[in-house]
Design a protein. Sequence first.
Length: 470
Amino acid sequence: MHLPDMKIAKDRSSKENKYIDLKEDYQKVFKDKKFFLRTYGCQMNVHDSEAIRSYMEQLGFIETNKIEDANVVILNTCAIRENARDKVVGFLGKCKYLKKNRDDFKIVIAGCMSEQEDVIEDIRRKHQYIDIVIGTHNIYELPKLLLQEFDKQVVEVYSNSDEVIEGMNYARDSKYSAWVNIMYGCDKFCTYCIVPYTRGRERSRKLENIVDEVKELKNKGYLEVTLLGQNVNAYGRDIGETFSHLLECVAQTGIKRIRFVTSHPWNFTDEMIDVIAKYDNIMPYIHLPLQSGSNNILKKMNRRYTKEEYLELFKKMKQRIPGVAITTDIIVGFPGESASDFEETLDVVRTCEYDGAYTFIFSPRKGTPAALMEDNTPLKEKEERLYKLNELVNFYANKNNQKLLNKEVEVLILGDSEKDQDKVYGYTDTMKLVNVEGPKDIIGHIVKVKITAAKSFSLDGDYIEEKVTN
Ligand code: 5AD
Ligand code: SF4
């Protein structure tokens, strides 16, 4: 049997496609077999799952949402907090049960958990029913591994964190809005975070390859791209490029909407702000994680900025980018966080009046420096802080949303509303979710919507008979 013919862009200059050379042999092996794919965690994982799905479909597999019918179960895992890991472990119990007495039921663990040594150790000792463990850097090896492993049981991890993979195929979730990886990994080493260990060092894709991908998406009818990286504004530092230059080049493709996540306050330059302000197709929305409002805690987190520097950057963004919406991430209960440190975080929230925030209780990750720091705050106290923080965050999210009441906004309509099947849903340029009363044929268009109700997490609106795109 032949193995898929694939090349790896080790020198980052290759534009070789990582399409599988589909020999009939593979399709014979996998034809009509079914796969079940479950994704945990961040957008990076969601996008990786689009690559996994594409490989599976190319091999001849059919996707199923009934795990009992599957021949291959793939869990694309997340390691960022313990509860993410717990969810995977819980689900694995079910997989183990289903696998009993079935030779044609293979379990694949992909994603960030696969990059953690203690997890691998656990799998070797306790979870030997798992067939394949594949890392975050080598998804393209999945077809080869599946071919190899379908008839014998081994656990292996392949990973090379220096590679930049070009030409991946993606079976994208949406026909209108696409994720585009611009870089992999993170070098920041925030002391609480597992990502630098699971996703490796910062590696940027070549600018031309990214721009070509955006042009191709535009030609296929995509209206929106979201540039993805753990730390997008560090883009290019390893290859003599800058994020502001990349943004400008992507804007010049003329694609209707450009977004990017996630930004780090530390190297967000004035040029980046200028480019965002200059191009109408770069959306006025920035996710700018604060993590803590206390300089003492920011230092312990190794965030590389002070509260004052963060606030100055925030102010500049608000002044120079008209109508910009800013959201954030905040961790409460970091080791050593005192009641007054926490009050400082609340103060920053009051100053910034964020459009929204993802809030978390600190979760120690094995192998990170913060996991070894002394932590005297009881969980109950941390939960109370989280509750208080959420109240405040929701208050400002709601306040910002109320400002849109009775206003006309442009919304990219992405599909049927989950809440109400008679409605459709989409996002404003500022990334606010809107459930829209309107005909189904506006799906896939940017349309004008009049906002009729505003809540903390979403808006309601009526379609105005005027399409902005067609
Ligand atoms: N505990 C709690 N929250 C964390 N995050 C990252 N690591 C941890 C951790 N160990 C949060 C940060 C980050 C977001 C994606 O997840 O706020 O910005
Ligand atoms: Fe983790 Fe910090 Fe890198 Fe974000 S910047 S991925 S929080 S190490």
